[in-house]
Design a protein around this ligand. Structure first.
Ligand code: UDP
Length: 357
């Protein structure tokens, strides 16, 4: 049994949506490690909350402001640490308390923890949450890969392929607590879309496809970029988009289950795509682009349909094919590949590899 410190993202606080998919991943990791008998401490932003499945973990919090999100900066942008930022407070705490832990797991996509890796006495490892979006981050991640390749893990093969790694990458997928997602055999005549409302998520493509098909598009998620959200809405007839707001998992999964098809439209190389497997867990087939993590998760005719990236005709046709995919098969596929217990096993095996390296 090990003592694990999980350092969450410094973006937002757990439960706010500001941390994107990392929030759900963090809770799956904590619950999964607790379930395997490990002692877990979570370091997260002040105001964070953990679901009941993480009740056995100790929660430490730090105040402070967000980092600028790397995916919204120029690829050549320098490292920025704002005044009163959470990020250095997290790592100051981790440095001071490291003796209490056998291993430290970083979930944040930030230069500081990657750079600190060789300077910690307690092994510090990283589950990388995004693909390549900034040159300075590529360098920091590659530097860890050169010194301690076993300290880096990724969600998908296509994500890992974006980084120059010496050997085969450690690919962990992700894990959902499937007891929180209810399978729904019957759908309504609506399409669904969920995620942060920000340009890299390509909501405009989902809206265009819904408008072409004449089906309403229910949209869930944090409006990270209001101007972008307004522009997407203005480009389609009124009533095409049904804005449902940012919902906690319990409510999100209930509403997701009603959809005929879930649309996923990333404009970037999405590392994984939690919302893709969440929709499938509710029995909803997914239509997405053959790009990045979602392009790896969606298997034509098994759990959805794939389209050539950025091709709206192809995506419209994919929605039609996805609507014919067996809903129970979508749920089964997630149970087989991305359940929380199997994810925790893969994660534990990785941490043991780090400890014995
Ligand atoms: N999400 C949520 N409520 C909503 C919409 C989305 O909790 O109303 C969560 C969803 O469960 C998922 C995350 O937002 O975990 C989005 O993660 P994803 O991996 O799809 O994209 P990211 O934001 O990490 O780029």
């Amino acid at each position: 049994m090990s003592r694990v410190l999980v350092v969450s993202t410094p973006m937002g606080v757990l439960g706010s949506g500001g941390g994107g998919g990392v929030e759900l991943t963090a809770t799956a990791i904590v619950a999964g490690l607790l379930g395997r008998g490990h002692g877990v401490t979570v370091l997260a932003g002040e105001g964070s909350g953990l679901p009941a499945s993480c009740a056995g973990a100790r929660l430490e919090t730090q105040p402070g402001v967000d980092q600028p999100s790397w995916q919204h900066l120029d690829a050549a942008a320098p490292i920025t640490i704002p005044l009163n930022a959470r990020l250095p407070r997290f790592w100051q705490w981790a440095l001071a308390q490291q003796d209490q832990f056998d291993v430290i797991l970083n979930l944040g996509y930030d230069w500081l923890p990657f750079w600190l890796t060789p300077h910690f006495a307690t092994p510090l490892c990283h589950l990388v949450s995004m693909g390549s979006v900034a040159t300075v981050m590529d360098g920091a991640i590659a530097a860890v890969g050169q010194l301690h390749p076993e300290r880096l893990a990724f969600h998908t093969r296509s994500q890992a392929a974006e980084f120059p790694l010496a050997g085969a990458p450690i690919v962990l997928g992700n894990g959902l607590d499937l007891s929180r997602y209810h399978f729904r055999p019957e759908a309504e005549a609506v399409l669904g879309w969920a995620g942060r409302i920000a340009p890299e998520k390509g909501l405009e493509d989902g809206a265009q496809v819904a408008a072409r098909l004449g089906w309403p598009l229910r949209v869930w998620g944090l409006r990270q970029d209001e101007a972008y959200a307004a522009a997407v809405a203005a480009a389609v007839p009124a009533g095409v988009i049904d804005w449902r707001g940012f919902l906690p998992t319990e409510d999100l999964q209930r509403e997701l289950g009603a959809c005929q098809v879930f649309l996923n439209t990333p404009k970037w190389n999405e590392a994984f795509g939690n919302v893709v497997v969440e929709a499938m867990a509710c029995g909803v087939p997914v239509a997405t682009y053959a790009r990045g993590g979602p392009g790896e998760l969606v298997i034509e005719a098994t759990n959805g349909a794939l389209a050539e990236p950025d091709n709206l005709d192809a995506l419209t046709a994919a929605v039609g094919r996805a609507a014919g995919v067996e809903r129970a098969g979508c749920r089964r596929w997630v149970e087989m590949h991305h359940g929380q217990a199997a994810f925790a096993e893969r994660l534990e095996a990785w941490l043991l590899q780090v400890l014995t390296a």
